[in-house]
Design a protein around this ligand. Sequence first.
Ligand code: SAH
Length: 270
Amino acid sequence: MSQPDTTYTPSQPDVEEGIEYWSTQPASYDGVLGGFGSGLMPELSTVPSAIRPLKTPPAHTRRTRALDVGAGVGRVTSDVLLHLVSDVVLVEPVEGFVNEAWKRGASSAEGILVEDSSHARWKGIQDKTKSVTVLQGTLQALDPLHPLADPTTKLLGRLGYEPAEEDLESGFDVIWCQWCLGHLSNVDLVAFFKRCRQGLRDPDNSIIVVKENLCHNAADGGPETVFDPSDSSLTRSDLAWKKAFTRAGLTLVHEQVQRGFPVGLYEVRM
Ligand code: SAH
């Protein structure tokens, strides 16, 4: 009889294992924030940037577009992106989360949402001035320029504003990646960033926002990547992130540490 191999631990994220983990979490702000959704951080959602347009006044009159990846129940879409842009495309692989995001958006469209701290009415949806398109799919499969090209990505629908012409393949002014890029291996991360770069509408003004937990750099001062078997994800250090940005041909234009978290958690950087 062969011995079961108990010493083997995968050191790279596994898509299915990641999705399995998140499927066990409640479809709520608390769920996507690992239990830190309520009480601790209300001040974090009231940063002034969340209610300011990207540029005042815009030099153009065209609608602005954002992509929210690994979007969970649509927290970033609801509380940040719809305050900044006209149209949002939300992508999330976990059935319970993406259905909850759709439900929240649809309730906003019908005006039946009870507002509390974690159920804000999605701005511009009921009056159809803004839109949210909801897709179910993974980062690994997603090409921002052709969001539905991969057969595993599914369109749930579109809420709010309806364009005269289909705009799903017109690229993005902002691609927002928050607390989900750990589900990509280093190779997949660089490939994803490269596809994101291609999916930016204006190379001089469009941005990719990465907001993630950071571990410390290695003892020798080099990049560090730590595998977490509980959700099959990687936590990267500052230099590991910067290495990935460079490899993907991206330019770091701004970085900031998120303040206001309790001590003992990973540092969070944008
Ligand atoms: N960005 C959201 C959710 C963070 S929780 C927010 O800040 O509120 C992490 C999210 O990553 C979960 O919704 C989880 O389902 C998603 N995720 C896990 N594996 C993924 C993958 N392979 N591709 C895209 N998203 C993934």
